[in-house]
Design a protein around this ligand. Structure first.
Ligand code: PLP
Length: 363
């Protein structure tokens, strides 16, 4: 029942578009007259093949992905990619660089240490991950095979608005929490990866977009499931893939195209983010967002209350008004509103109205 749905500000798994859920509901038991649910189909049958092929074609259209790139639908979450990336792209003795702008970049770096000579060339930790470095200041390792960034740090709310040029190697980006939220020039990257569960589908699907010439160099110890060459040769069907999740991603891609593509999606996201950040900045310090203004995320908005003793009340009262999952990550505290593609403007408007009212009652 759509009337009973809440505004879900969770960082992930996150809200999905209501129209997409309705469509999935209408196709749940009998997909396109096949007499089967997508959950019951052979992943090698013509029905599912048409689903995964359309999902890939629509994603390619959304991001203008050329034939120089392979698109993979994998499992194991973005966390598995933290290991798969060095395992596929470099040898254990190779240098790789990590720019660490938050907890996810740090986790990616730590995993890469096991399979490469990885180095943190910039960390925002001492400034509580509120900044993105100036690209000129980055001291890249001359022979680094790749430069890894987390395009949007979900916990800290810092987002790259532009991308650094790697000196020698290639640029690798974790786009888990801003994937398909705006246009991206894929040709700048050697590899982009994203867990689906924020902007494009349910958890269980991980998307990897990799330049074709980088496929086929996996270390000998690489598990078969993590080997991009094997996954690419088998069109992501080496084993049983997360069929239903891929189907849901396909419905979301179709919906994003119907909205006019990622330029239109970005406009909507900017409008929502501006509304919320302005409310925070205009609250005369009652609410604060610690992130440097120029790199504030359009997706994840962390904020605190000047009177932190009221934070629990804020979260409780908001939930009563059907605005849920506003508690900040345990490592940061305060509040966090995740406003991914599927959060309607009405949800942000309601939150801002609530914030103003809460301030009036507690100032
Ligand atoms: N990277 C980022 C930016 C994330 O936000 C997350 C999850 O929230 C992850 C990686 C880990 O993703 P997964 O849970 O799919 O492994």
């Amino acid at each position: 029942d759509l009337e009973e749905r809440v505004f879900n500000f969770a960082a992930g798994p996150a809200t999905l578009p209501a129209n997409v859920l309705k469509k999935a509901q209408s196709e749940l038991c009998n997909w396109h007259g096949s007499g089967m649910s997508v959950m019951e189909m052979s992943h090698r049958g013509k029905e599912f093949l048409s689903i995964i092929q359309k999902a890939e074609a629509d994603l390619r259209a959304l991001l203008n992905i050329t034939e120089d790139y392979t698109v993979l639908f994998l499992q194991g979450g973005a966390t598995t990619q933290f290991a798969a990336i060095p395992l596929n792209l470099v040898k254990p003795e190779d240098s790789v660089d990590y720019v660490v702008t938050g907890s996810w970049g740090d986790k990616a770096f730590k995993e890469a240490q096991k399979y490469s000579k990885s180095k943190v060339i910039w960390s925002g930790k001492s400034e509580k991950y509120t900044k993105i470095p100036s690209f000129d200041s980055l001291e890249q390792t001359p022979d680094a095979k790749y430069l890894h960034i987390c395009a949007n740090e979900t916990i800290h709310g810092v987002e790259f608005k532009d991308y650094p040029d790697p000196k020698n190697g290639i640029l690798v980006a974790d786009m888990s929490s801003n994937f398909c939220s705006k246009p991206v020039d894929v040709s700048k990257f050697g590899l982009i990866y994203a867990g689906a569960q924020k902007n494009v589908g349910p958890s269980g699907v991980t998307i990897v977009i990799i330049r074709k010439d980088l496929v086929g160099n996996a270390q000998g110890i690489t598990p078969v499931m993590l080997d991009y060459k094997i996954q690419a040769e088998n069109n992501s069907l080496y084993n049983t893939p997360p069929c239903y999740g891929i189907y849901m991603c396909g419905l979301v891609f179709d919906d994003l195209l119907a909205q006019g593509g990622l330029k239109e999606v970005e406009k909507k996201n900017k409008k929502k983010a501006d509304l919320l950040y302005n409310a925070i900045d205009e609250s005369k310090g009652f609410y604060r967002c610690p992130v440097e203004k120029s790199v504030r995320s359009l997706m994840n908005v962390p904020f605190t209350l000047e009177k932190s003793e009221f934070e629990a009340d804020f979260i409780k009262e908001a939930a009563k008004e059907k605005m849920v999952q506003l508690k900040g990550h345990r490592s940061v505290g305060g509040m966090r509103a995740s406003i991914y593609n599927a959060m309607p403007l009405a949800g942000v408007e309601k939150l801002v109205a609530f914030m103003k009212d809460f301030q009036a009652r507690h100032a």
